[in-house]
Design a protein around this ligand. Structure first.
Ligand SMILES: *[C@@H]1O[C@H](CO)[C@@H](O)[C@H](O)[C@H]1NC(C)=O
Ligand SMILES: *[C@@H]1O[C@H](CO)[C@@H](O)[C@H](O)[C@H]1NC(C)=O
Ligand SMILES: *[C@@H]1O[C@H](CO)[C@@H](O)[C@H](O)[C@H]1NC(C)=O
Ligand SMILES: *[C@@H]1O[C@H](CO)[C@@H](O)[C@H](O)[C@H]1NC(C)=O
Ligand SMILES: *[C@@H]1O[C@H](CO)[C@@H](O)[C@H](O)[C@H]1NC(C)=O
Length: 464
């Protein structure tokens, strides 16, 4: 017994060294000046309604089917329904005008009544083609455009942006502005949840869903935003009689969930260029026998890495998080899904929720069986990298407090607002960069070359 204090540190050092996690990662030396994140006032320029009575507003698009040659267009007309029709044409063929009809919905929330929310799916589009689309009629027409993704294929490059927890503060405005000005020109946004933060306003003031929709339009009307639901989308407020979870979000944001045989718009998958993207819901049941559990179990074996080498997961609450905020909230899902992520060699898991940035090593913690004591994360080349991007700039401010010392699984962490870019080059290489708002648009505060887990599964060796 007398020896144990001597042996244990040695043994521990040995175990850690064979696991390859001898030192912790980097806590950034950049210290952002602490200041409050203040909501932009309701009369701000970015919230202005478009000119014209009942003009279409809050326009946003998302991928409309499994493989990306359809687009769901959504918008609001505030005063009366007007038309659910979308006119559109491809840049290559401007004389061939087409149109589609959609549906219209609205909802009440406490004493708020929404405008008329329209959703229209444009189908059978050509891949890799610029389209123009027109909403509204007469003087109140508004024209937008988007470019469809290239046809799914193993070496198709595609540049994804990543943002989360954005809200509608002056910092949110900086994040979105920097994102849109990034010279890497992201083509599609992976949004890891928490859009408007309307629920932080009295009575979940849903007017803040409308202002947010107008704020985000300058990006969301022109490129697909693929969104995972966050806790600020739940809007469950029994104290004011609102007991239907996700009511505003599900009326306003559609997803092509049926195309991936999902029973719920809150979790689904799509394929885009060379990526298979799985969107999960932290706030829907995921225990064994739940629909989400069974769906994911069936979905992962369907991922065909010959067609889509890159496997990306979006989920709001991070599975690994070394900040003193939301600490271990992601633990139940980690226990439920991490063995599958490793088995199916997920390349990267993007999350939000914690208002900061963090990137992990490739690690797993799946050996623990209650009695064996193997409860430490260790290096695992089959495991994903976990990246937390809860740094969009919302009203709740930054998560400054970190657990100390930095755990070995955490490669880089910093409490600053910013956005990320996941730039897929081909089947073997993708380049991730994180851009903090305090720098110029193009500055990379953190970056990593990703090597694909199927085609080039070598260690990226980011440790140290
Ligand atoms: C938001 O950012 C844009 C682009 O920088 C700017 O034009 C606008 O004035 C900003 N709005 C507010 C309320 O800060
Ligand atoms: C909703 O109720 C709150 C609290 O009573 C009030 O401040 C607000 O003006 C009301 N909004 C509408 C649209 O009636
Ligand atoms: C995966 O995709 C390849 C290429 O399209 C195809 O040949 C193969 O049959 C697919 N595999 C499965 C299991 O569907
Ligand atoms: C847990 O792991 C230990 C050590 O490998 C093994 O002896 C034990 O049988 C395992 N328990 C279960 C329930 O699998
Ligand atoms: C894949 O992209 C990487 C990074 O741009 C490049 O170094 C590599 O040569 C490419 N592979 C092929 C087969 O083109």
């Amino acid at each position: 017994m007398a020896d144990s204090s001597f042996i244990c540190p040695l043994l521990l050092a040995f175990l850690l060294s064979i696991a390859g996690l001898t030192h912790g990662g980097k806590t950034s030396s950049f210290v952002r000046k602490q200041r409050k994140s203040v909501c932009m006032p309701i009369n701000s320029d970015v919230f202005q309604e478009p000119p014209g009575f009942n003009s279409p507003q809050q326009v946003h698009i998302t991928q409309g089917n499994y493989d990306g040659n359809a687009v769901i267009v959504s918008w609001v007309t505030p005063k009366y329904p007007r038309s659910t029709r979308v006119h559109y044409w491809s840049e290559k063929n401007p004389s061939q005008k087409k149109h589609s009809h959609g549906i219209s919905t609205s909802y009440k929330y406490y004493n708020y009544t929404s405008g008329f929310i329209h959703h229209c799916t444009l189908k059978n589009l050509a891949f890799d083609t610029k389209y123009y689309y027109v909403l509204g009629v007469g003087h109140f027409r508004r024209t937008f455009s988007f470019t469809t993704p290239p046809k799914v294929g193993p070496d198709v490059p595609h540049t994804f942006g990543v943002m989360g927890d954005i809200g509608q503060t002056f910092d949110s405005n900086t994040t979105l502005t920097h994102y849109m000005a990034n010279p890497k020109n992201p083509q599609t946004l992976l949004f890891v949840g928490d859009l408007s933060y309307a629920d932080d306003h009295p009575f979940h003031d849903n007017v803040r869903w409308d202002t947010w929709g107008r704020f985000a339009e300058k990006s969301a009307a022109y490129q697909a935003w693929i969104c995972a639901p966050g806790n600020h989308e739940i809007d469950y407020a029994p104290e004011i009689g609102e007991t239907t979870a996700f009511k505003p979000f599900l009326h306003r944001y559609y997803s092509p969930y049926k195309d991936s045989q999902s029973p719920s718009p809150l979790w689904y998958s799509v394929r885009r260029a060379s990526a298979h993207i799985i969107v999960l819901s932290s706030y829907s049941a995921f225990a064994k026998y739940s629909p989400q559990h069974d769906w994911l179990k069936g979905e992962l074996p369907k991922v065909n890495r010959t067609e889509t080498p890159w496997l990306i997961v979006l989920v709001h609450s991070p599975l690994y998080n070394s900040y003193n905020y939301h600490y271990m909230e992601g633990e139940p899902m980690r226990v439920a899904f991490e063995p599958w992520f490793v088995e199916h060699k997920v390349d990267v898991v993007f999350s939000g929720h914690v208002h900061a940035y963090e990137r992990s090593e490739r690690i797993s913690n799946i050996d623990y069986n209650i009695t064996d004591g193997l409860s430490f994360p260790k290096r695992n080349p089959d495991a994903p990298v976990y990246i937390t991007m809860g740094d969009g700039g919302n009203i709740e401010g930054l998560a400054y407090s970190m657990t100390q010392p930095q755990p070995a699984y955490s490669a880089y962490r910093e409490a600053s607002f910013g956005h990320g870019i996941f730039d897929i080059k081909n089947r073997t290489h993708a380049y991730f960069s994180w851009h903090r708002n305090d720098d110029g648009y193009a500055v990379e505060a953190d970056s990593m070359w990703f090597y694909n887990r199927i085609y080039y599964p070598v260690d990226e060796n980011t440790d140290g």
